[in-house]
Design a protein around this ligand. Structure first.
Ligand code: ADP
Length: 170
């Protein structure tokens, strides 16, 4: 069975993340979406909230349902702290799935992929592009726009828009 870990902040999950997950499920039997409690970044939602929000969103897509040939869901949502390669080793998974937006992501993603390979040469990172409609969507621009009262409902799953407005008191 081919499995991949899709790690990220997901603060909150956007349609860009959803594209990567959907495309990831074309290539992999199972994708573990893993929310990183990143102490470097201040977040709007707690790790537990982010996990719950992703579960809600994933539950609303037909394509994300179903079990792997070995049993167990094709999409798992989890949280982790610390080094990704250590988490990957604990899960017994060697492929990391990441997304690329416009060129802006390239440098950072290259650094991360190289560092992870350095820390554990058995771990490989694969990249997937978002669909063009969501190429420029990021959690940070979504939060910024929602804070200022903008309509972000087409940039995030429906359940996420509701959570965002509730959190921001709108
Ligand atoms: P991190 O803080 O680890 O970068 P993010 O939640 O911002 O976490 O992103 C997780 C992954 O999803 C990253 O690889 C990022 O490039 C990717 N991603 C996020 N939004 C998009 C998008 N619109 N298109 C393609 N990839 C995306």
């Amino acid at each position: 069975m081919k499995s991949a870990i899709y790690p990220g902040s997901f603060d909150p999950i956007t349609n860009g993340h959803v594209d990567i997950l959907r495309n990831g499920l074309v290539a992999f039997d199972r994708v573990v979406v893993a929310v990183l409690g990143n102490p470097r970044k201040s977040s709007l939602f707690t790790v537990d909230e982010r996990v719950q929000i992703i579960r809600e969103a994933v539950g609303s897509y037909d394509w994300a349902q179903g079990d792997t040939p070995e049993g167990g869901p094709r999409v798992e949502v989890d949280a982790f702290d610390g080094l990704l390669v250590q988490y990957a080793a604990r899960k017994g998974i060697r492929t990391v799935l990441r997304g690329l937006r416009a060129v802006a992501d390239f440098e950072y993603e290259l650094q991360m992929a190289n560092m992870n390979r350095h820390l554990d040469p058995r771990v490989a990172t694969v990249f997937i592009m978002a669909n063009d409609a969501n190429f420029y969507v990021s959690s940070s621009v979504v939060k910024e726009a929602a804070k200022l009262g903008g309509d972000v409902s087409r940039l995030v799953p429906d359940s996420v828009a509701k959570r965002l407005y509730a959190k921001l008191g709108r």
